[in-house]
Design a protein around this ligand. Sequence first.
Ligand code: SF4
Length: 466
Amino acid sequence: MRDKCGILGVYSYKKSVNVSNQIYYGLYALQHRGQESAGISTYNNEKISTFRGMGLVCDVFNKNNMECIEGNIGIGHVRYSTTGKSKIENSQPFSTEFDSGTIAIAHNGDIINSSEIKNKLEKLGYKFESTTDSEIICHLLKEEYSKTQEMADAIRNITKTLLGSYSIVILINNNLFAVRDPHGIKPLSIGKKEDLTLVASETVAFDVVGAEYLRDVEPGEIIHINKQLKSYKLPIADKPRKAHCIFEYIYFARPDSILEGIPVYDVRLNIGRALSREFPADADVVMPIPDSAITAAIGYSRESGLGYGEGLIKNRYVGRTFIMPTQEERESSVKLKMNPIKTELKDKSIILVDDSIVRGTTSKSLVKLLREAGVKEIHLRVGCPPIISPCYYGIAMATKKELIASDKEIEEIRNILDVDSLGYLSLKSLVDSIGIENNNLCMGCLTGEYPTHIPDNITKYETYRC
Ligand code: SF4
């Protein structure tokens, strides 16, 4: 399961300041949200310049190309894409020329009705060079701006058309805007440091440049980032409910981030504690599936009084492995990423903590690996309820058919995974662990109930990923 993008915008009211370094370091901090491409656009008192490339932030930028993107206002983006769509044309920021200058945008999310909008724009003569919905947003913005000549109005107007999730930073000549969809599905926070104002997908991007977290961009809020931080509201007739993605807390966000004022680390400790209360087991030690389940495993250990240990070591230098054709090769790919510590595992009964189970294939391979290392009993504890439905808001998850829990009971899943006991955290405990009311969270993949309209023919849509 992968998130699709991390975005960042930095504004300095001092024209002599160059913000490209802050964007570069901020993107480093957001690298977990996308590893396939990175890009920065800046405005240097004359024009917008963009540099984008394939790979990690450290692969894309160097001293030479950083000199081409100097300026006191800028935006940045890191991207993850589905297989086959990882190409330079789809990297961001995406920019387009218009009569009065240049628009560059960086987007996190997924526009469900993007095919429909693209068809309309093509009829108006727009040409597309990428398969991203970010390009669609960019052209839509250009079209609206040509009518209104006011960027805030143009943004307001396009949001009437967009269906789905979006947090966007927009650089239009020397103006920086940030906008979050009416449900606030994707995160977006505001930070401040002296003359700098920042907006980013996660607060870790502020920490790395020494900026302070001020607040989150409200769902349905457009912010014109200048010295005053001018805020506008989207024109929404019936106030939609907030629907922050619950998986940001469970898995996607870094544990050292703060989302909606809530430290993600605390949420994951609470998840582990709640798992221990709901599913205790007679075992020797609590172990995480690294890295994302480490904090929950610590929480389980603290609540249960059982010792915390490491049974699997993750090779952090393995990127994405292409899809292996045979079962044997797929198992090798798991072995490439995780290696068991036999001396810690032999003849032990372990509580194995994971954040979530999607298809179940990785869990199954890891259990096999642990059994081969001599583990006596495995009690698998999962930090969220079963995932029963796909995500339409920009998370590369799986189709409904591929989700192990979409058509199976827990006992059946336990059998398939070959564990001695299996416990999924209840939805109530998960929501309590976060501390946000459940009607302010998106839990679509856990309940099948989504905060936006999902068209019936959604499977026919080509999905343009951010
Ligand atoms: S459907 Fe699931 S993964 Fe997608 S936004 Fe909602 S909670 Fe997040």
